[in-house]
Design a protein around this ligand. Structure first.
Ligand SMILES: C[S@@+](CC[C@H](N)C(=O)[O-])C[C@H]1O[C@@H](n2cnc3c(N)ncnc32)[C@H](O)[C@@H]1O
Length: 394
């Protein structure tokens, strides 16, 4: 069975078209609901198949001309009308919260990104055989990139320069653009031509040009951005998300900011709380967080470097509220037990993975009621979505 005719029933949670072929599920990237197509079977597993569109026979009214022709690069829903991508993300989180934590009618809205193109301030480029691009989803096959419509204009300019250079001894290049630019090179190359567009260049882990940190501006605050510490990739949406965290927490005395990164949420909240404690595992992020306190003249925030699951077990503090923004893996079981013992009046859970969010909310539901969820389209054209959840003590 090399080529088959399919009709797309809906999108799966990864933005792929879901079809059935002889009773078996088939996932087809870049196929929209109700579209019909001839599809090549590129993988046939025991429980499902993966297909690739050969010829589209019936087009969806929601289909748009994608800005770039790259396939399987990470922008799973770039050929869908933007409003429909928002609807897809809202439906997806609604479905997951209902199925895995029994929550219904809690999602208030999804906040769009004003900039739907050129919004990313950071990209990671892979280099193979001297060529630069992204790895195809779940493989190390390189898709060459000339221009990426997600990355900032300045990053695209740098991609243009990199393409002219000898990258034969390079594996990966990370570019961060916060007006000031940082380039992090895994490998060895001539950096002379990069110097005029970068404020900081690292090669093989060492600073070889410019400053150790670059500065990002977010609202009224400034933050140090470093080589390895996490920083939000879409600042316009991040600012709206932080304001929602503040709105959900309301006024109270003390707050614990778990998984605080470089302390952005802690510092953002510091004006409205008597005391803030941030916990983060990455030493470089905590170094930035402490510098960020001084940079913004903040003195009611304390940062602790360590694993949240261990630190909160021994943390002898009473806090009114907790904000937590864990990585995709979500909270740990022991972490949840300790959070329940701390027993804050309110919690705000910021999540980049609705599946682990749903799992954790179910475990927290013995003591906490989910009052409201707001979604943020931090990553337009991808299947990813950020959720901000207000939980109140029962
Ligand atoms: C999604 S980021 C959130 C950062 C921050 N809230 C912000 O808005 O910039 C998650 C952070 O959790 C940190 N992290 C991951 N595992 C951790 C753990 N077990 N304990 C503490 N921090 C952890 C990561 O280093 C990362 O900085």
């Amino acid at each position: 069975m090399d080529e088959v005719f399919v009709e797309c029933e809906k999108l799966d949670h990864f933005g792929r078209g879901l079809c059935h072929v002889s009773g078996k599920i088939m996932f087809v990237p870049n196929l929209l609901p109700l579209e019909k197509a001839f599809v090549r079977v590129i993988s046939d597993k025991r429980k499902y198949m993966i297909g690739e569109v050969v010829r589209l026979v019936k087009k969806s009214d929601d289909r748009i001309e994608a800005k770039c022709g790259l396939v399987n690069c990470g922008c799973a829903i770039k050929a869908m009308n933007y409003d429909k991508t928002l609807e897809f993300k809202k439906n997806k989180v609604t479905e997951i919260l209902k199925k895995y934590s029994g929550l219904d009618g809690v999602i208030k809205e999804i906040i769009p990104s004003e900039n739907v193109y050129f919004y990313r301030n950071k990209i990671t480029l892979k280099v193979k055989d001297g060529k630069i691009g992204y790895f195809k989803n779940d493989s190390n096959e390189l898709i060459e990139v000339k221009k990426c419509f997600l990355a900032s204009e300045k990053i695209n300019k740098i991609i243009g320069i990199l393409k002219e250079l000898d990258l034969s001894k390079v594996k990966e290049i990370v570019i961060k653009d916060f007006d000031e630019v940082m380039i992090i090179i895994d490998g060895i190359m001539d950096i002379e031509l990069l110097k005029e567009c970068a404020g900081s260049i690292y090669m093989e882990g060492k600073l070889v040009y410019g400053k150790e940190f670059i500065i990002a501006k977010l609202g009224k605050f400034k933050f140090y951005v470093s080589k390895d510490a996490f920083f939000q990739v879409n600042l316009e949406v991040a600012l709206k998300l932080y304001n929602k965290v503040l709105e959900y927490l309301g006024k109270s005395n003390s707050v614990l900011d778990l998984y605080c990164g470089t302390g952005t949420i802690s510092i953002f909240l510091s004006k409205y709380f008597e005391s803030v404690i941030g916990v983060e595992i990455n030493e470089e992020a905590i170094k930035c967080a402490n510098l960020n306190k001084d940079l913004n003249g903040i003195n009611n925030v304390r940062f602790i470097c360590g694993d949240v699951s261990k630190e909160i077990h021994y943390l002898k503090v009473q806090v009114d509220s907790i904000v937590m923004d864990p990585p995709r893996s979500g909270l740990t079981k022991s972490g949840i037990e300790d959070i329940l013992k701390i027993s804050p009046k309110k919690m705000v859970y910021v999540s980049c993975d609705p599946m682990t969010l749903a799992r954790d909310l179910r475990l927290l539901s013995s003591d906490y009621e989910v009052k409201e969820v707001t979604l943020f389209d931090m990553f337009p054209w991808t299947y990813h979505v950020e959720s901000v959840v207000l939980c109140v003590k029962k």
